[in-house]
Design a binder for this molecule. Structure first.
Ligand code: ZN
Length: 109
């Protein structure tokens, strides 16, 4: 199974989990190579945008990556939050969502 599927009847590629109407199973074609599917004439869905990284996820991942970078250099959690322009509480939540651990545990891991 892959992350994307194309719908033969509409010619649209969706990311799994897309909120658009569920296609009939017989019309689904699993897409393992998104670039190839788009080159073959399939269009990316405008709702789930399979051709872009999910903006919110991308933002979270990059924020957490930078946060862990600061923390590894010995910067405190509150100072790290300030530098990333988020609240300390929000930073802790982002790190937990991304790594499944608290900032301290994520750094020592
Ligand atoms: Zn979609």
């Amino acid at each position: 199974m892959s992350e994307w599927y194309a719908v033969r009847t509409t010619g649209i590629v969706c990311r799994v989990g897309c909120a658009s109407r569920r296609p009939r199973p017989e019309n689904i074609e699993w897409v393992s190579d998104l670039a190839a599917a788009l080159a073959a004439g399939y269009r990316p869905c405008k709702r789930c945008r399979p051709d872009t990284e999910h903006p919110q996820e991308a933002f979270r991942a990059s924020t957490v990556r930078r946060a862990l970078g600061y923390l590894r250099l010995g910067v405190s959690v509150s100072e790290t939050a300030t530098r990333l322009h988020v609240s300390e509480r929000h930073l802790r939540r982002l790190v937990r969502q991304e790594t499944g651990a608290s900032p301290r545990a994520a750094v020592s891991a």
